[in-house]
Design a protein around this ligand. Structure first.
Ligand code: DGJ
Length: 754
């Protein structure tokens, strides 16, 4: 299904020239970012709907003394630093804030920017990109190059900063945010929405008002599982709490897989300070002279019509510009819950037969296929890090197994955990210094299985060794189509022998850069491979990993009822095509709950459908239903995976959830409704009001994926009806969902008769 690489350009028309004297305008199809030069620096003048006269915003900002409020606190500077003179020239405690805080080689702790210039950077995908070069007045070699990019085919902006210097000795960076926005009186109320969770309980939606004088700060300190405790993406309602369809919403996402923070502060004169960046958890980052440090990218957008458009903009950006491979994702069967580490060649070929029979397209062998001799991976205490085929389980090797998949018309995928090792492994036995560890030689704190550690990927030699092993397996396997990249341990041992005593503070950042370098190298060597970002479930559901991986494993909680909530949270920011959702056996291995196969299918079909069970344990009735479900999914797959998401009823606000995908041309749509323990004779399911349809078209409405062929649909008399997009948006499609965990899938196809 996947094409082999990202096309050079998925954009369309080129946006207008960005730089006009002291006004810098970046435009997406419907929104505009205007920056204005104020003295030595640039300031945010406008982020919102497109306007005809961007220079007016510059004039207004200048009239506000370049963004300073009456008491001199906030600044609209695009990259304020600790110690800067504010554009107005008025001093205040605001100089203590900012995106950046450094200690120069001479001990000075201030930065005071002077803009050296602005350049428009040619972009090959229709985007408009500018780079603002700032230099410290007292240390002119200390520079920040701040990039802004506006996409021509989605309403998303991107920004990032590169720091460099040529001072006489290293510069210490104690704060190095990617984004900072500081403005006054945008509104008098602010509401912050973020995701919080843990293993098997990812992406709980939390929303709170940030009251005057308060600060809400989210972040992650794992160093690896960075999207668990919080996810590095958020919505900020500017004014009243936005709904799906109304209200002003700023959406932001930090593209980073290490330690990070994001903070929203509501000051007492109604300033709003938003910041986000990589976090330094054990001292400053030490930047050597002559080196350039690219900070993580931050993507953002502004919706004037609620959270729905903000989600859709991010999803579209991800599909068009972030995920490596365009197109639909394969329906796969992953071996984990069906076999765990207990398998033989026959187990796997039986699973392949089942995958084929169900209509699957890809078979993925999960954990347990590697390790040699006493480190053969028969349980989670040994073998991690030794990427050699487990000859006891797979005597005919991986190429043979891949060929078995190919013979059945299936693609073949493999699980790796490249960042980690067990202390019980050839790798760690040979290279104990390759583990992250305290420089004082403290005993290692061990993770999963009592033996798991994180490798020191700051060290290029470790990157090389892991690359060589993984690359060899890929080459030997021949035709490997998919890799599940897992990561199941935090940075529990803080220290890197490689970095040495002066640079321990660099660990958090350089570890993640090392992961990305390894990833980029593997991808460059094998561009056709589709990667899944997994980290103990959904801890890599973020746009740092999703530059290299096409999808993420949503959660180890595969219980369909729980997945309704988890996917609801993840899909606030991440698209359905990237959300791996698998049909698993019942009782569910995590929660012990049961659900009908239809319910499990209906939930998984709203993301990237897959299986995680042994097909031989399915009844003939289940197999028959699953075959029909897979065929149905293949038909609706382009709508689900490439469509715009409309959230219709939140599982947090009632006892059912509903969502719909509408194809970009608005000719097709699919809606999903999930009852969540609904009571008998409870008519409270909201009519399906789908706002994204074409009001001028009529749609044939049909409930699909019925439990039994010929069964009475929940749609009742409306089954097969032709209804106008305008009527569906205004009144909604009524239907009756039975009691308990019931679900329905409704397909809408535009009628050619108009
Ligand atoms: C954690 C993942 O989330 C699971 O899906 C599975 O791959 C296991 N690791 C394997 O150890």
């Amino acid at each position: 299904m996947q094409k082999s690489s990202k096309p050079a350009s998925r954009g369309k028309t080129k946006a207008p020239a960005a730089i006009r004297g002291s006004v810098l305008t970046l435009e997406t199809p419907a929104s505009q970012l205007v920056l204005a030069r104020c003295g030595d620096v640039w300031t945010f003048a406008h982020l919102g709907a497109k306007t005809a006269r961007p220079a007016d915003f510059a004039a207004l900002v200048k009239a506000r003394q370049c963004g300073d409020s009456a008491n001199g606190n906030p600044t609209l500077e695009t990259y304020p630093a600790f110690g800067s003179t504010r554009p107005s020239g008025r001093e205040s405690a605001a100089e203590r804030r900012g995106a950046l805080q450094v200690r120069h080689a001479d001990g000075d702790v201030n930065v005071d920017w002077k803009c050296l210039g602005v350049a428009e950077i040619p972009a090959d995908d229709g985007a408009t990109e500018v780079a603002i070069t700032l230099a410290d007045k007292a240390h002119p070699s200390f520079r920040a190059v701040q990039h802004f990019r506006a996409y021509a085919d989605c309403d998303v902006f991107e920004t990032w900063v590169e720091l460099s210097h040529a001072e006489s000795a290293p510069v210490a960076l104690s704060r190095m945010d990617s984004f900072y926005f500081d403005a006054s009186r945008l509104a008098e109320r602010f509401h912050f929405l973020s995701l919080a969770g843990n293993w098997a309980n990812e992406a709980n939606v939390s929303e709170t008002e940030v009251l005057r004088g308060q600060k809400v700060s989210i972040g992650a300190t794992s160093g690896v599982r960075d999207a668990w405790e919080n996810n590095p993406a958020f919505f900020l309602s500017i004014g009243d709490r936005a709904t799906e369809e109304s209200g002003r919403v700023f959406a932001g996402a930090l593209c980073w897989s290490g330690a990070w923070h994001a903070t929203a502060e509501h000051g007492y004169t109604h300033e709003l300070r938003l910041s986000a960046g990589a976090a330094n958890l054990c001292g400053p980052y030490v930047l050597d002279p002559g080196k350039t440090l690219p900070l993580p990218k931050f993507v953002f957008c502004l919706s004037e019509a609620g959270k729905g458009p903000a989600s859709r903009a991010l999803h579209r950006w991800a599909r068009l510009h972030r995920l490596p491979h365009p197109g639909n994702r394969d329906i796969l069967l992953n071996s984990w819950e069906g076999a765990y580490m207990d398998f033989t060649e026959k187990t796997l070929t039986d699973m392949m037969d089942g995958t084929k029979e169900l209509g699957g397209e890809l078979f993925v062998l999960d954990d347990g296929w590697f390790g040699r001799g006493k480190y053969a991976r028969d349980n989670d205490t040994v073998g991690l890090g030794d990427w050699f085929v487990h000859e006891g389980k797979l005597p005919r090797g991986m190429a043979w197994l891949a060929e078995e998949a190919r013979k059945r018309g299936l693609k073949f995928g493999l699980w790796f955990e490249p960042e980690m090792a067990n202390t019980e492994s050839e790798l760690v036995s040979a290279h104990p210094d390759w583990c992250l560890q305290s420089l004082a030689g403290r005993p290692l704190r061990l993770g999963r299985g009592g033996t798991q550690i994180v490798l020191d990927l700051c060290n290029p030699a470790v990157q090389d060794a892991v690359f060589d092993m993984v690359d060899r397996v890929i080459r030997d396997t021949k035709g490997l189509a998919y890799i599940k990249w897992d990561a199941n341990c935090d940075v529990n041992n803080v220290g890197s022998v490689y970095l040495g005593p002066e640079k321990q503070g660099n660990l958090w950042f350089d570890y993640t850069r090392g992961v990305y370098a390894l990833f980029a190298r593997l991808r460059a060597a094998h561009p056709e491979i589709v990667f899944q970002a997994c980290s103990s479930g959904g801890a890599h559901a973020e746009y740092g990993f999703l530059e290299h991986a096409d999808e993420f494993w949503g959660s180890d909680d595969t219980c369909a009822q729980q997945r309704v909530f988890i996917q609801w949270g993840e899909n606030q920011f991440y698209p359905a095509c990237a959300t791996a959702a698998h049909v698993t056996a019942v009782p569910n291995h995590q929660t012990g709950r049961t659900a009908s196969l239809k319910f499990r299918f209906d939930v998984a079909m709203s993301g990237r459908l897959g299986f995680e069970l042994h097909p031989k344990n399915m009844t003939p009735e289940d197999v028959a239903f699953a075959k029909r479900g897979v065929e149905t999914y293949k038909r609706i797959r382009p709508v689900v995976q490439g469509g715009d998401l409309y959230r219709l009823a939140s599982p947090y606000e009632g006892d059912h959830a509903a969502l719909a995908y509408v194809s970009p041309d608005r000719k097709r749509a699919v809606a999903f409704v999930y009852g969540l323990g609904r009571r008998c004779n409870d008519g409270s399911v909201s009519p399906l009001r789908i706002p994204g349809l074409d009001p001028a078209r009529r749609y044939r409405v049909e409930e699909i994926n019925l439990e039994k062929e010929g069964e009475a649909p929940a749609l009742g008399a409306l089954q097969g009806a032709r209804l106008g997009g305008d009527a569906i948006a205004a009144s909604g499609i009524p239907f009756a969902l039975g009691a308990g965990d019931r679900s329905a899938v409704i397909e809408l196809v535009a009628d050619n008769r108009g």
